[in-house]
Design a binder for this molecule. Structure first.
Ligand code: F6P
Length: 342
C-alpha cells in the first residue's frame, strides 16, 4: 500500500510527531510505503510528492512546524483541482490513499473527497482546541504553556510599573487558550468570544484588582467581541473591529481601559509565537499516539474516518464529527474561572 501524507491549514506544534508516528508504525508493522505531499492540498493538486521513509522522520517528535509544508489551498479550486483530477494524479503516482492532518477546513475537504470516492483518513489539528470531534487537539497544550509563560513575564513588568497588562492570545472563534492560560497565570479578567462583556464590566474587574494592590492582568482571545464596541469607538469616528486601522482587540482594549481607569495600560499580542517552536511533552505524546493509530486505520482501510482523542483513548470517528458546530467553552467552565477573579 502507498500512502501520501499532507499537513494543511495553519501549522501547529506536534504535526511532525504525527508524521513520525504514522511512518514508523506504518513501515515497520504494515509495510506501508509513504510519500510526503508538499504544502497541503496544493501538493495533491500539483502532484508534488517525495519519498518519506524512517530516515526522514528521525528525531522529529520534538521539532516544531511541519517538514511537509502547509497551505490553505482548497483541493476543489483551480484547473487541476476536483476529485476527478486528483484521482488521476494519485493513480499516476500509484498512491492508494491520503492521510490528511488538518483543522476544520482540511477535514471538510477530506470529507468531500472521501464522498467523491478518494481514500482519505484524517487527523484533527488545531491549536485553538475548537474541534468537537476530539477532546483535546495537539498544539493546544503547547500554546497554553507559551501564553502562560508570556503572562507570567507580563506580570512582573506590570507589577514593577503598577500597570495594567493586556495579553491578546489566539482563538478566532473560541476562548480555550485564553481560559486555560488565564487560569494558569492568574489573570484578573478573561475575555473570550463565548462570553461577551462590556467595557464597563472589564473596567470594573480591572479596578477591583487594582484596588487590591494588584497590577491587573487581562487576557483576551483575538475573537472576543466587546458589548457596545460600536458606541465605545464612535466618538473617534472609527468602525468597531476595523483591524487594519485599529489593530487587534488587545490593542483596542488597552487605551480604553487606560482612559476609563486612569491606570497606565499596555497591550501585547502574542500572535504566532504561540504556534512556533517545540511541542510540549503532552502534545508530543498525543500527536505520536494519533500517528500510531492512524497507521492502524490505514492498514485496516478505515477510509472516511479520522482518529481522535476521547477521554484518554484514541478512537476512530467519521469526518462529520469534526464539522459544523465548534467546540466552544461552555459557560460553566467560564464561571468556574470567574470565581477566581474576586
Ligand atoms: O486556527 C489557528 C489559528 O492559529 C488561529 O488561532 C488564528 O486566528 C489563525 O490560525 C491565524 O492564521 P494565519 O496563520 O493564517 O494568520
Amino acid at each position: 500500500m502507498k500512502i501520501g501524507i499532507l499537513t494543511s491549514g495553519g501549522d501547529c506544534p506536534g504535526l511532525n510527531a504525527v508524521i513520525r508516528g504514522v511512518v514508523l508504525k506504518g513501515t515497520t508493522n504494515y509495510d506501508i510505503e509513504f510519500v510526503g505531499i508538499r504544502d497541503g492540498w496544493r501538493g495533491v493538486v500539483d502532484g508534488d510528492f517525495f519519498p518519506l521513509t524512517r530516515h526522514e522522520v528521525k528525531g522529529l517528535s520534538k521539532v516544531g512546524g511541519t517538514i511537509l509544508g502547509t497551505s490553505r489551498t482548497n483541493p476543489y479550486e483551480g484547473v487541476r483541482g476536483g476529485a476527478e483530477n486528483i484521482s488521476k494524479t494519485l493513480y499516476g503516482h500509484r498512491i492508494d490513499g491520503i492521510l490528511a492532518i488538518g483543522g476544520e477546513g482540511t477535514l471538510a475537504a477530506a470529507d468531500r473527497l472521501s464522498n467523491d470516492g478518494i481514500n482519505v483518513i484524517g487527523v484533527p489539528k488545531t491549536i485553538d482546541n475548537d474541534l468537537r470531534a476530539t477532546d483535546y487537539s495537539f498544539g493546544f497544550d503547547t500554546a497554553v504553556n507559551i501564553a502562560t509563560d508570556a503572562m507570567d513575564r507580563l506580570r512582573t513588568t506590570g507589577d514593577s510599573h503598577q500597570r495594567c497588562m493586556v495579553a491578546e492570545v489566539m482563538g478566532r472563534h473560541v476562548g480555550w487558550i485564553a481560559l486555560h492560560a488565564g487560569i494558569a497565570a492568574g489573570a484578573h479578567v478573561i475575555c473570550i468570544p463565548e462570553v461577551p462583556m462590556s467595557i464597563d464590566e472589564i473596567v470594573e474587574q480591572v479596578t477591583r484588582a487594582h484596588d487590591r494592590g494588584r497590577a491587573p492582568l487581562v487576557v483576551v482571545s483575538e475573537g472576543f467581541k466587546l458589548k457596545g464596541m460600536d458606541e465605545a469607538f464612535s466618538d473617534k469616528g472609527l468602525d468597531a473591529f476595523n483591524r487594519p486601522r485599529l489593530g487587534g482587540i488587545g490593542e483596542q482594549l488597552a487605551p480604553e481601559i487606560e482612559r476609563l481607569t486612569g491606570i497606565e495600560t499596555r497591550a501585547t499580542v502574542l500572535g504566532h509565537i504561540q504556534r512556533g517552536g517545540s511541542p510540549s511533552g503532552f502534545d508530543r505524546v498525543l500527536a505520536t499516539r494519533l500517528g500510531l493509530h492512524a497507521a492502524d486505520a490505514l492498514h485496516e482501510g478505515s477510509w472516511g474516518q479520522m482518529v481522535a482523542m476521547r477521554g484518554t483513548d484514541i478512537v476512530r470517528v467519521p469526518f462529520a464529527d469534526a464539522l459544523g458546530e465548534l467546540n466552544s467553552v461552555p459557560l460553566y467552565r467560564y464561571e468556574e474561572a470567574a470565581a477566581l477573579f474576586g
